[in-house]
Design a protein around this ligand. Structure first.
Ligand SMILES: Nc1ncnc2c1ncn2[C@@H]1O[C@H](COP(=O)(O)OP(=O)(O)OP(=O)(O)O)[C@@H](O)[C@H]1O
Ligand SMILES: C[C@@](O)(CCO)CC(=O)[O-]
Ligand SMILES: [Mg+2]
Length: 397
């Protein structure tokens, strides 16, 4: 069986409010970014499955006959959206040589690819193919790189397996799937996130799938269509961290001090709800300085709560202090522990202030840029419509 070629992309995300609390059933507000992950899947006749992940220096090929041995009897009987298939996970871990629970960058990415590939094709015939992924997102920095990766894998492999149609018509440059297909992509991407994150809430893969701004609560996704245009500065402290480890740390703290941590999570929930209310008011009445004052105070309070949860970092404190000297308010975004932060810019923030702030943050060794938010969710592309720089990288493999 030779599968058809597929080219897809999915956006990264920034969480405005609710990271970590969302894992424990609280509201999160998240928004897609204009930075994307691109995946090219090519049908081959080599008898191999190859995966090229240049962002993480991973280039691997597996013989189909080896992979066939890993297919568990349960394959094909399982529905998407269910907990991971423990037997397939056990076999895959053994196959790629992971015996303890600690998965490094390369193993996590490889495991989630092989898991989705075998789950989707295992009940029929494993096809020979090459998957290459390249991302504009920093890997493991809080901008949802794992979710964008999982959403790309899920959409391309579902499409190649025929489980969902390819939406792209000959004359199109890019196309999106219908709601039902997006739900399937989202739930397979969630499986990928389970392998990478351990215990994900699903907010990141939902943003990667649907794009725009979302309210997320216990798996329920509500797109927020009426939101004001927000100017946001993104800063990558470049301090490495693992979402899986940070999420597990917050859980331990909640288990250790339930009566202390529960009110903190409830307060974060109230912050997300208040922020949503203010954003909605800003679309139906004239925007005032007071709206921005409230948004800034919410950012400050949430940043303190995130420090209480133990997911702060001295580099993030520096970000908050440096931006505050310019009258700007920042918080971490994503899992914290380093990684990225967001800074809210006011409409009247002068470009000279933005420039000097960016320079001051760069002088701290950080990457910093003004970003546009609300990019489209997962898309299929005609290869020629993709930016030349991305095409050139993916064409190397
Ligand atoms: N471009 C990519 N190529 C291959 N693997 C990737 C890529 N992007 C992300 N990954 C996988 O995702 C892991 C990083 O996920 P992690 O959840 O820790 O960070 P994040 O998703 O960037 O941040 P957050 O979850 O806080 O938003 C990497 O270790 C790797 O396994
Ligand atoms: C830290 C967290 O809340 C957000 C990571 O972007 C984890 C999750 O929701 O899965
Ligand atoms: Mg992640």
């Amino acid at each position: 069986m030779t599968v058809k070629d597929v080219f897809v992309s999915a956006p990264g995300k920034a969480i405005l409010h609710g990271e970590h609390a969302v894992v424990h059933g609280k509201v999160a507000l998240a928004v897609s970014l204009n930075l994307r992950t691109y995946l090219r899947l090519k049908g081959t006749t080599t008898g191999n499955v190859c995966i090229n992940l240049p962002n993480i220096d991973t280039f691997l090929c597996y013989d189909l006959s080896e992979l066939k041995q890993l297919i568990p009897a349960s394959c094909g009987k399982r529905e998407e959206g269910k907990p991971l298939d423990a037997e397939l996970m056990r076999r895959l871990r053994e196959f790629i040589g992971v015996t303890n629970g600690n998965l490094d960058t390369c193993n996590m990415a490889t495991l989630s690819f092989l898991y989705i590939y075998i789950s989707l094709f295992g009940s029929s015939e494993l096809p020979s193919l090459t998957v290459s992924v390249w991302s504009e997102l920093p890997t493991g920095a809080g901008l949802g790189s794992s979710a964008a990766y999982s959403v790309c894998l899920a959409s391309a492999l579902l499409c190649a397996s025929g489980a969902i149609p390819a939406p792209l018509k000959e004359s199109d440059q890019s196309a999106r799937w219908c709601q039902e297909d997006l739900e399937q992509i989202n739930s397979w991407a969630f499986q990928g996130e389970m392998i990478i994150h351990g215990n994900p809430s699903g907010v990141d893969n939902a943003v990667g799938t649907w794009g725009g701004m979302l309210r997320f609560l216990a798996g329920k996704i509500i797109p927020l269509s009426r939101v004001p245009l927000l100017r946001i500065l993104l800063t990558n402290t470049k301090v490495p961290r693992s979402t899986k480890v940070l999420v597990a740390g917050v859980k331990d703290k909640i288990n250790k001090f339930p009566s202390i941590m529960t009110p903190v999570l409830d307060s974060v929930d109230a912050i997300s709800c208040t922020c949503e209310k203010v954003l909605s008011e800003m679309t139906c009445e004239p925007i005032t300085g007071e709206h921005y004052n409230i948004l800034e105070e919410l950012i400050d309070i949430n940043q303190h709560h995130l420090n209480v949860m133990g997911v702060g970092h001295p580099s993030l404190d520096t970000l908050c202090q440096v931006t505050l000297t310019k009258g700007l308010h920042s918080k971490l975004t994503g899992a914290g522990g380093g990684g990225c932060g967001i800074t809210l810019l006011r409409p009247e923030t002068d470009s000279s202030v933005v420039q000097t702030t960016v320079q001051d943050l760069k002088d701290c060794g950080f990457d910093c840029w003004e970003t546009s938010i609300g990019g489209p969710g997962v898309q299929q592309h005609s290869p020629l419509s993709v930016k030349e720089e991305v095409r050139e990288i993916l064409n190397r493999y």
